[in-house]
Design a protein around this ligand. Structure first.
Ligand code: FE2
Ligand code: FE2
Length: 276
């Protein structure tokens, strides 16, 4: 298995990257060094391993948004939508870099093993370019990134370590944009959806399937073990909380948000099941 690394090139391109990074960051870098001596060593290593998984996941999200930008080209999306989608692909790569910094601070290896093949983004058979892009925008941003945002907010709420709070806030600041993107895109698509009722119904049918897939990916199933105080203080993954947050986010934010923008998402949510 190859290792994923966030190393820089040492060429002048690196300076250009650092300028870009500084211009895109929404939150100041943390002024708090991480002090591992305050926590049990096994808890620090466990949390470092979680950040290794997060690093791999952020890198994979970048691959998804980079491909989604191509689908926005095919759908003739507005310039700002295409550029911000490319920015989001960059954000996720920058996040992989942030994860590497955190892993290093926690004493872990910032070069986790990871499959580097790009998994092709769904093309949804014979759909039009507009519907294909809309389906994937809805899945990745309105659904998936919204749950990610809610999980970050809940984790920051219990994380007491000042360094880890700061890095989570920096990631969350970008994830908020990622979660909002799809709702703005859907608002922009309203005239097209009004003119294409068949495609609107097809997107609503897709949501029946998409909600079920998302549930299987983001709503962990128990039995759950409750976290220790140190795990909580370091923002360790809490599967029981993640399950609760998933349903609260879908039912309290995502479904009503999609309904307000003219999709019958409530019916799709209630009927959610995997379609072939
Ligand atoms: Fe991210
Ligand atoms: Fe994201």
């Amino acid at each position: 298995m190859p290792v994923l690394s966030a190393r820089l090139s040492g060429t002048p391109i690196e300076k250009e990257y650092l300028r870009l990074e500084a211009s895109l960051g929404r939150v100041e870098a943390s002024g708090h060094p991480f002090d591992a001596s305050l926590y049990p060593a096994d808890v620090v290593s466990k949390v470092a391993r979680e950040w290794q998984l997060r690093m791999v996941f952020e890198h994979r999200s970048s691959m998804v948004f980079a491909q989604l930008a191509q689908q926005l080209y095919e759908a003739n999306a507005p310039l700002d939508m295409k550029i911000v989608m490319l920015r989001m692909a960059q954000d996720e790569l920058r996040h992989a870099g942030t994860c590497a910094d955190v892993i290093r601070a926690l004493g872990g290896s910032p070069e986790p093993e990871a499959a580097l093949e790009v998994v092709p983004l769904a093309r949804h058979g014979e759909r039009t370019a507009e519907e294909r892009a809309l389906r994937n925008v809805l899945y990745t941003t309105c659904l998936s990134e919204m749950v990610a945002c809610a999980r970050f907010v809940a984790t920051i709420d219990v994380t007491r370590d000042p360094y880890l709070r700061d890095v989570q806030r920096a990631l969350l600041a970008d994830e908020v944009l990622h979660g909002q993107f799809g709702f703005h895109y859907l608002a922009w698509m309203q005239p097209w959806l009004d003119a294409h009722p068949g495609e609107r119904a097809s997107v609503e049918r897709y949501l029946v399937h998409a909600f079920a897939i998302l549930e299987s990916e983001l709503a962990p199933v128990g039995p759950f073990v409750s976290l220790t105080g140190a795990e909580r203080a370091l923002g360790a993954n809490d599967p029981a909380a993640a399950r609760e947050i998933f349903y609260a986010t879908m039912e309290g934010a995502v479904v009503p948000g999609l309904e307000r923008l003219g999709l019958a998402a409530d019916a799709s949510w209630r009927q959610r099941r995997r379609l072939a």
